[in-house]
Design a protein around this ligand. Structure first.
Ligand SMILES: [Zn+2]
Length: 144
């Protein structure tokens, strides 16, 4: 029974693949803010309702939980021992959805940056990662 409840609760969370304003996301936001970037949050007008949108840089940041979004080779990307088929189907759907969303956004001219949950733990490393990724972003060309 406990296992069933657990699965239902997880499924509820799953419906948007991870909670809004999760701790990793707050870490990234704090970091970007400190770096002087301004951004919009959870823009539902864009594919996939991106967590963080930096319009001036045509950049979008997704903060992905390693478990739900299947961070390859990450120790947090575990496979539950029960209901394997169920989980595998969920995970495949999540990964496919991410791929589709990123492709759509790129086609629309956005620079898509994925930050994994496990990359948000050390602020200094996170800052370096973000500045590297954003340096690769194209200069603003979009009309606002
Ligand atoms: Zn990870």
């Amino acid at each position: 029974m406990a296992d069933i409840l657990d699965t239902i609760q997880r499924s509820a969370l799953m419906s948007r693949i991870g909670p809004v304003n999760s701790k990793p996301e707050l870490m990234v936001r704090r970091c970007l803010h400190r770096m002087g970037y301004r951004y919009a949050l959870h823009d539902s007008k864009l594919a996939g309702t991106p967590d963080i949108v930096l319009r001036r840089h045509s950049a979008i940041v997704f903060v992905h939980g390693c478990f739900w979004h299947r961070h390859a080779g990450c120790k947090r990307s575990t496979m539950p021992k029960t209901r394997r088929a169920f989980w595998e189907a969920k995970f495949v759907a999540n990964v496919r959805r991410d791929r589709r969303v990123h492709r759509k956004l790129r086609a629309d001219g956005w620079h898509v940056i994925v930050v994994w949950e496990c990359q948000t733990r050390h602020q200094e490393k996170l800052t370096q990662l973000l500045s590297r990724r954003l340096a690769a972003a194209p200069p603003p060309v979009r009309k606002q």
